[in-house]
Design a protein around this ligand. Structure first.
Ligand SMILES: Nc1ncnc2c1ncn2[C@@H]1O[C@H](COP(=O)(O)OP(=O)(O)OP(=O)(O)O)[C@@H](O)[C@H]1O
Ligand SMILES: [Mg+2]
Length: 262
């Protein structure tokens, strides 16, 4: 394994399993997931609903702990940290972008972006100034003082991306970042993410069930039933088509089961 911190993968996931108990029933949400994410890479994880994408993202992001296995972020094993240490890692190393934006409704765009900098007491940045720069980078310079309900969905998501970048984390994690947007706004948000990633050489992990979205990443990992199946080259249309057919087949099966149960 490389000891040079610049060559070290930003994320190393080793045989992560997650059992979720629901009363008497145990769902094996993750069944031994291993993966590495290189610095500056844009990785997408694709899989049908219920395949474990959000569970995996939550564990990699330190929001949840695995039943077994380890997760290293920037070489630090986060699976045995105290809540306090974990909070610090999350604050410094990881920016999150969720499907439903999760902005503070009473704060302006600028205040939403400045907030994590104020929380982290990050002396590298002046919160206001940094927030303005990031919002300008995301083409939101003319909406600094708007509150979330005065912004479109796509604009809110760009504010959320600026907020995720606030403390200049090495890693951005996105869960269905365009899931709540129409096609055009979604495409703009994805473009903004790609631009940001190229300009700041941030590493991005995005989970989605949308094939067209996933295909725009540098690398695509399919997650099915809690397992990573073969890696897919997003430029290989044949592979992407096959995966799409697989997903559609699963959706058909699920619909049939749902219908039979109804
Ligand atoms: N708190 C929980 N308790 C029990 N089971 C859960 C819990 N959360 C999720 N699960 C189950 O774990 C599996 C994985 O869920 P997860 O949310 O990771 O899927 P997903 O791939 O993100 O799906 P989607 O595309 O619908 O968001 C599912 O079968 C789900 O029903
Ligand atoms: Mg999910």
């Amino acid at each position: 394994m490389s000891q040079n911190p610049n060559n070290r993968p930003v994320v190393q996931v080793n045989d992560v399993r997650k059992d979720l108990k629901m009363g008497q029933v145990t769902v094996k949400a993750l069944r031994g997931v291993s993966m590495e994410v290189k610095r500056g890479e844009f990785l997408s994880i694709i899989g049908p609903s219920g395949s474990g994408k959000s569970t995996l993202l939550g564990i990699v992001g330190g929001l949840d702990t695995p039943t077994s296995g380890t997760v290293l972020i920037d070489g630090v094993d986060i699976t045995n940290l105290s809540e306090r240490e974990l909070t610090r890692i999350r604050n410094e190393k990881i920016g999150f972008v969720f499907q439903f934006f999760n902005l503070v409704p009473t704060l302006t765009a600028l205040e939403n972006v400045a907030l994590p900098i104020q929380f982290s007491r990050n002396r590298k940045f002046t919160p206001q100034q940094r927030a303005v720069e990031l919002l300008q980078m995301l083409d939101m310079g003319d909406r600094l003082h708007h509150r979330p309900n005065q912004l479109s969905g796509g604009q809110q998501q760009r504010v959320a991306i600026a907020r995720a970048l606030a403390n200049n984390p090495p890693l951005i994690m996105c869960d269905e970042p365009t899931g709540n947007l129409d096609t055009v706004s979604g495409a703009l948000v994805l473009q903004a993410l790609r631009d940001v990633q190229e300009q700041t050489s941030t590493t991005v992990i995005m989970v989605t069930h949308d094939m067209d979205l996933a295909a725009q990443a540098d690398r695509v990992l399919p997650l099915i039933d809690g397992r990573i199946v073969d890696e897919v080259d997003p430029r290989s249309t044949a592979q992407m088509r096959a995966l799409k057919e697989l997903r559609e087949e699963r959706e058909r099966q699920a619909a049939e089961i749902a219908q039979a149960e109804a």
